[in-house]
Design a protein around this ligand. Structure first.
Ligand code: ZN
Length: 247
């Protein structure tokens, strides 16, 4: 392990999950406990982060951050988006160097789920991670922990979507080329829970991945406990453009 003077916050935060790779594949309650035990204390993360690297953070509460996100989706779904115009002004005024993301979103890689557009948010305001099936992996956890611990995001939304090819493939369980089937293990708990109904499996998966993140990351769980962060699951309907929060 490098000494504290040369710590890269990104490497540091993601290192907390490295011992937990095996546990993610099983997704059991016992595995969650193992992941938490393997993580490092959130306080030590804060201590070791370089204060100079911490940029301005949003002052929104978690509830206000979630409202801002959902208000943006309402603008998008009703055809009243504003972010694009603001983006052009931000570029013209060279303000893009600054980022102050109030929300993080873990979405599917599907080309029909462009997150900033779906939530009508301008440059610098969403911290987005994407992977087929919006699954939690150690690298995704590390990225989201960076968003929370360094950038100060107040809400994390795990976003499933209609017509998700990854979930459909996992439900079908057929042989696929290359390493595509590595996604199946992550999606299997949702398939087990929801059965062959892939829409129900998609919703179950978003909730399972959100729960997994909340329990597997000490950074995330500590912030939740302090009332500084909310982790929620949602479902994006490609046909209507509407995002629905899943309770
Ligand atoms: Zn998908």
């Amino acid at each position: 392990m490098p000494d504290s003077t040369s710590f890269d916050p990104i490497l540091l935060v993601s290192a907390s999950t490295q011992n937990s790779r095996r546990n993610f594949l099983f997704g059991t309650a016992a595995a969650f406990a193992g992941v938490v035990a393997a993580g490092i204390a959130a306080d030590s993360v804060h201590t070791l982060l370089d204060p100079d690297a911490v940029l301005a953070q949003t002052t929104l509460t978690p509830d206000a951050a979630l409202k801002e996100l959902m208000d943006g989706n309402r603008r998008f779904a009703s055809g009243n988006t504003t972010a694009h115009t603001h983006d052009l002004n931000i570029l013209k005024q060279h303000l893009v160097e600054k980022q102050e993301p109030f929300a993080a979103v873990l979405s599917c890689a599907d080309s029909r789920v462009p997150v900033e557009i779906v939530f009508d948010q301008t440059l610098g305001h969403l911290f987005v991670t994407r992977v087929a099936g919006n699954i939690i992996t150690p690298e995704i956890v590390g990225s989201l922990e960076y968003g929370v611990a360094v950038l100060g995001t107040k809400v994390i939304l795990v976003l499933g979507h209609s017509n998700c090819g990854a979930v459909k493939a996992a439900v079908a369980g057929k042989a696929v080329p290359g390493q595509i089937s590595t996604l199946y293990a992550h999606l299997q708990p949702a398939v087990d829970e929801a059965g062959p109904d892939y829409k129900a499996a998609t919703k179950a998966n978003a909730k399972i991945q959100a729960k997994l993140l909340s329990q597997a990351s000490t950074v995330v769980s500590e912030k939740i406990k302090e009332g500084q962060l909310k982790v929620v699951a949602g479902y994006y309907d490609i046909g209507s453009g509407v995002v629905t929060l899943l309770g």
